[in-house]
Ligand binder design. Structure first.
Ligand code: HEM
Length: 268
């Protein structure tokens, strides 16, 4: 057989046919999936993958110098680790692989997830205090899975949670806050924000937690002010009484000392 390389064109004479290969017309290697390799898993039909290349070892099973069992054990499998552990430095083993090469493992095409979760629904505030507002909502759905929810207060990201509730804390009493939330997935796709939910914290003198449905007495603040005033007065009265008692005590003590000194003088 004679080979002549003329201007990038390989012409093989002496074969049954002439093969023309140019740089524009190099055939892509045949590709196989691992599932296809796995289908050839017997000694009578034995394929194996090594370093993403596929080898048909069927005729080599019994010819293997290391024994048929070693090849049988890798039929239909990715043998990269086991082959390199045994033969990484073996020129003849690597050359034998080349002889049995039939194609490449197809690159796994990862389809990017670009679908955002649905917008969460039913954003509501079941409870609130003078300095915190509790939020709850109904779960979003996603083509893969919802990772979590971002919570925004007055348009600024407050935090996130994988659950269906969030407690916004450190708020000021009698103040309105605007909340929105958005769902996101593992790929970072984020839904649009919900409609704004405006919630006002309770008045500053309120104690405990109140649900928004329980209407609050309009005069609660007055009651609270009066209570505070009363407590202040009671404290002051107590203090005054104590001062009076102390003054009396001091006067009485001085009197006793004077009397004692007088008695002493008379004794002298
Ligand atoms: C995947 C394809 C394989 C090919 C093409 C291959 C090829 C060869 C060749 C050419 C030899 C003789 C020369 C040499 O040792 O370098 C050999 C020997 C040997 N092979 Fe393999 N081999 C393969 C897989 C394996 C596997 C998976 C094992 C075991 C885990 C194995 C175990 C052995 C042993 C024990 C010997 C004889 C002892 C030795 O010389 O190291 N071979 N193989």
């Amino acid at each position: 057989m004679k080979k002549y390389l003329i201007m990038g064109m390989l012409i093989v004479f002496g074969g049954a046919s002439a093969l023309f290969l140019t740089s524009k017309n190099v055939e892509a290697a045949t590709t196989y999936t691992m599932a296809q390799v796995q289908a050839h898993n017997t000694s009578a039909d034995c394929w194996a993958a090594v370093n993403n290349k596929v080898y048909n070892l069927t005729t080599y099973v019994t010819a293997h110098p290391g024994g048929a069992a070693a090849i049988n054990a890798i039929c239909g499998k990715d043998a990269t680790a086991v082959f390199s552990a045994q033969h990484s430095g073996s020129t003849s083993a690597n050359a034998m692989l080349v002889t049995n090469y039939i194609g490449d493992i197809a690159a796994v095409v990862v389809v990017p997830d670009i679908t955002a979760p649905t917008i969460p629904t039913n954003l509501t505030s079941p409870t609130k205090t003078k300095n915190s507002i509790q939020l709850t909502w109904t779960a979003s759905s996603d083509n893969k899975a919802v990772t979590g929810y971002k919570i925004y207060k007055d348009g600024i990201l407050l935090g996130s949670t994988s659950g269906l509730q969030f407690n916004s804390t450190g708020l000021t009493a009698s103040t309105s806050y605007q909340f929105t939330i958005a769902a996101y997935d593992t790929a970072g796709n984020t839904s649009a924000k919900t409609a704004t939910l405006t919630v006002m914290t309770l008045a500053k003198n309120t104690t405990g937690t109140t649900t928004p449905n329980i209407s609050k007495c309009h005069h609660d603040d007055d009651h609270e002010d009066r209570k505070e005033k009363k407590e202040r007065k009671e404290k002051k009265d107590k203090k005054d009484k104590h001062a009076e008692y102390r003054n009396n005590f001091n006067a009485h003590t001085k009197n006793l000392i004077r009397k004692a000194e007088k008695i002493e003088r008379e004794d002298d």
